[in-house]
Design a protein around this ligand. Structure first.
Ligand SMILES: *Cc1c(COP(=O)(O)O)cnc(C)c1O
Length: 363
């Protein structure tokens, strides 16, 4: 028997002990006047109809939710014109990504990702015991799909394609994604993370649903957190062929989507026109932000999402601190750049004053 002396404490799995921490965007201290442009949230408050649905559902929370989110699954399937058997809802699309990886990765398999990209990817990959191959972005913050295809080896089980890419902003184009999918073996899963798809306006951008229809090895991830404004309730979903969807469901946390989240997502789908008018406003505000930054002299990548990337390199952290002192919270990635979410008009105005001062050296 092992003695208490030789094994004094419970060891953590090595993969867990070494995980990079997920850094959330800074939060506004209570009572402080500030704009929070640090987490790509929707700046609009929930619609009355959505609040009413949540309030109605409150009376039933002594019961477990519908485990398969049946009504929501059917509503999503109808809205996207896919079979309900292809939809797997979960507790935010980050959780769904974890379930996708758990469904297909054996320990020691490899997952190819673009980098810099969404910081949740390397964490989710390590947690299933897989390894990460990170492929550097091309110029302009774009995914390098040629290099990503070339990084696929016999050990590769999954490739994650983030489009538009968080935190840089560009979307993958249809022609480059088609060429990529022709180059990748058909037993490698390609995950298209389309968290910001509702903000895409580039007519040449890839159409995830069309790609899904044409390729059985493609899974699309979508979320209610960004365009639909439900980040606080945690609902996202995967679109997958029924066989893969069954595997993802089997790997999912039971009752992963709360009753209130299911009702709020359903109410949001019913209010789609109203919500998408807000998305149009945010897209216009994104254009104003990009245009004004370029006029000031900033070199910023095109963005098809609800954020803009400032490639500040070593000065990223200092800029974020200066911005916070002026009441605008942004998200720095140390040594690389700063991501600024598109929010209120006044927030853009304040941000542009900060970026203008920064360039004129008045810090
Ligand atoms: C915000 C975001 C998500 C969505 O996360 P949820 O868990 O659904 O809130 C997924 N992927 C990327 C790239 C994101 O930026």
């Amino acid at each position: 028997m092992l003695s208490a002396v030789t094994r004094p404490q419970v060891p953590l799995r090595a993969a867990v002990a070494e995980l990079p921490a997920y850094v959330p965007g800074s939060r506004i201290p209570v009572g402080a006047a500030a704009f929070k442009l640090s987490s790509n949230e929707n700046p609009y408050p929930p619609l009355r109809s959505v609040i009413a649905a949540i309030a109605d559902g409150a009376a039933d929370v002594n019961r477990y939710p519908d485990m398969f989110a049946t009504e929501l699954t059917e509503a999503i399937a109808a809205a996207l014109d896919v079979q309900p058997a292809s939809i797997v809802a979960g507790n935010g699309s980050v959780a769904v990504l974890g379930h996708v990886l758990a469904a297909v990765c054996e320990a020691g398999d490899d997952v190819v990702i673009p980098w810099r990209s969404f910081e949740a990817y390397p964490i989710a990959i390590s947690l299933v015991g897989a390894t990460t191959t990170a492929v550097p972005l091309a110029d302009g913050g774009r995914l390098d799909l040629v290099a990503m295809a070339a990084a696929v080896t016999p050990r590769t089980r999954v490739v994650i394609v983030c489009t538009p890419n968080n935190p840089t902003g560009p979307a993958v184009r249809a022609a480059e994604l088609d060429a990529f999918l022709r180059a990748v073996p058909r037993d490698v899963l390609v995950v298209l993370d389309e968290a910001y798809v509702e903000f895409v306006r580039d007519p040449d951008a890839a159409d995830g649903l069309a790609v899904f229809a044409a390729h059985p090895n493609v899974v699309v991830l979508r979320t209610f957190s960004k365009a639909y404004g439900l980040a606080g309730l945690r609902v996202g979903f995967a679109i997958a062929r029924p066989r893969l969807a069954r595997g993802i469901r089997a790997a999912s946390t039971p009752f992963g989507v709360s009753h209130l989240a299911q009702l709020a997502a359903l109410a949001s789908l019913r209010a789609k026109d109203e919500l998408f008018a807000r998305v149009d406003t945010l897209v216009a505000e994104r254009g104003r932000m990009l245009g004004a930054l370029r006029t000031q002299g900033w070199v910023v990548p095109d963005s098809e999402a609800n954020f803009v990337w400032l490639p500040l390199g070593e000065r990223a952290t200092a800029f974020a601190a200066a911005s916070a002192r002026s009441g605008v919270l942004v998200r720095p990635f140390a040594g690389d750049g700063v991501r600024v979410s598109v929010g209120e008009t006044e927030a853009t105005d304040d941000l542009l004053a900060i970026t203008g001062n920064w360039l004129s050296g008045d810090r």
